[in-house]
Design a protein around this ligand. Sequence first.
Ligand code: IVH
Length: 702
Amino acid sequence: MKQGKIVRFMGGAAVRGVKRITILLAAALLFFLHFANVNAMSAEERLAELRGLLHEHAYRYYVLDAPIIADGEYDALFQELLAIEAAHPELVTADSPSMRVGGAPLPEFRQVAHRLPMLSLDNVFSEGELLDFANRAGKSLRQEADISYVAEPKLDGLAVELIYQDGVLIEAATRGDGMVGEDISAQVKTIGDIPLRLRRSVSGRLEARGEVFLDKAGFARLNRQQEAAGKELFANPRNAAAGSLRQLDPAVTAGRPLRFFAYALAEPERFALNGQSEALRFLTECGLPVNPLSRPCADTRAVVAAFDDLAARREDLPYEIDGMVVKIDALALQKRLGEKSRSPRWAVAWKFPASQATTRLNAVEFQVGRTGAVTPVAILEPVLIGGVTVSRATLHNEDEIRRKDLRLGDTVLVQRAGDVIPEIVKVIVEKRPPDAEPLLMPEACPSCGGALAKEEGGAVLRCGNPLCPAQRLRELTHFASKAGLDIDGLGEKSLEQLVAFGLVQGIADLYRLHSEQLASLDGWGEKSAAALIQAIDAAKNPPLARFIAALGIRHVGEVTATALENHFETLDALAAADQEELLAIDGVGVEAANSISEFFHGDAGRALLDDVRAAGVVVRPAAKSDGPLVGMTVVFTGSLTHMTRDEAKRLAREGGGQVVGAVGQKVTHVVAGDKAGGKLKRARELGITILSEEEFLRLIGR
Ligand code: IVH
């Protein structure tokens, strides 16, 4: 029955048809309202009443799964609402049920910065690892008594943030990179499970997070539709959910059977809640669907029992889950444990064991990565594992091939765990054909024919040719990817084409492209060429951290790049740093320090920087356009007691301020810690505002 309603109210084409008919209906209704003069109620009052009724019935239908009126009756109310709104567009509100049909397509997804980062979870795979997690937490809390937890099914969908202002849904965003996501408000409003207005009065801002997903039946139905329409099938429910949400035309999203479960509330203390179980109850009271299998656990024994129970029910659930999320319940303990860079210390995902299947190893391909590493990839007879077709598996390196004694034609056991790349567990030796040939690693780089070498003690074979096209292609792909400068329209396929036609060899060449060159290539038109040039132009002034991450230096991801940005103010300062200075930075390990200095002091790295500069790239220190410190230039001096110098700089930048090292005319504030000397004196002479550490913290609202 649920499906019927989704299709009836939210089918894209059907809805547009309905809209046309409703204009006629509206005219008739207007006539009725104004001339027959039999209604005592104004359009505004009736709309408010209809909104209330429709919200109530949608809640009963979607969230409680217990409707009290027939579909036809709901239909009639909905039509009446559409008709009145068509006649009085000025009375349409943000929480009107008519938002459910989607509305006009968007030109692009707007970026939204999350007020609080959207974290990910560390995984554990066994009872032992779960107990390690609990013991670590217990130790660091010096907690004698049992810690209590909340266990929640881990749905495999897409994390989404919902923002309600005074009870009305005003914004929804994807997780994105955890810091910045995409505005998918119009798309999310089409999901029947998600209330447009909370059922409990909540004044001010409420941020809820949860998972948007497709259940098993919805996924199967969607793929049947895709097939019938001759479109590509979705590999799994997760991809289908992501593809359905990231639709610029919300009417398309409206036609997809998406569902939602809320699992987190930001700042529960603001609602006088003491922990996760209370937050889940509160979310339920607000009318948000919370997974009914979520349950409190008094200790780790109860957590283990909950896991076994969930695993036993997994197959029978109407949606896919890939494990159980275990969260320490008490907010006070969560706060004391805090977070690492990407995940909290107070929660983990306990994943189900991987699904496995056997299949034939048909061939091996050798891929050359960004850093020259040659990775063997198994080409398998396609096989379905846990609902996903697997035809490739990583073989890691030569040692791994030897250890597993893999031969072409072997029958192998393959496993897939969540998002992880499938891998070969072992060979079924009993099934080995007598003529099975051993796998040999290539003697030369499969891309450029250059020499391959292993690092001392390492297992990885690398191509040492800095001009190797495969490496350059990967480097370019990384540079333009979301992990890098996120240049729209510049994916691996386009880059392959640009490299193949000699238009691009290195990063700097991207900035020298012009649209006529592009437009002459297969598959490109004037419009798409101009759009790409514009996107590349927009990436000419990247913030320092992004640029560092985009360079693809080994062991330097987003987190390290941010640490580097916080420490060095400019690219030049970073490029000049020696090993010792790098190692002194919080968050930079030995391996990263080595590869950073190798990069910036090596010829190739230097040439690259000179080249991108010559091409017009100006890297800027990340500054924000809002925050309490916008327009201020801050110097820190003396020793700080509440935070490290790097933290202080980061906080100042996050607050929109600029941080510099020396006191000069431009400086507006000097934050003086203990034993401040010359800089403080100079600041006094120049009449610059001087702040104590505490005053600074207050200024940024800490
Ligand atoms: S809590 C700070 N709870 O798993 C904690 N996440 O690996 C952040 N997920 O991105 C997440 N069910 O998409 C949480 N009950 C649940 C979840 C859940 C699924 C997903 C979510 C998140 C990912 C983390």
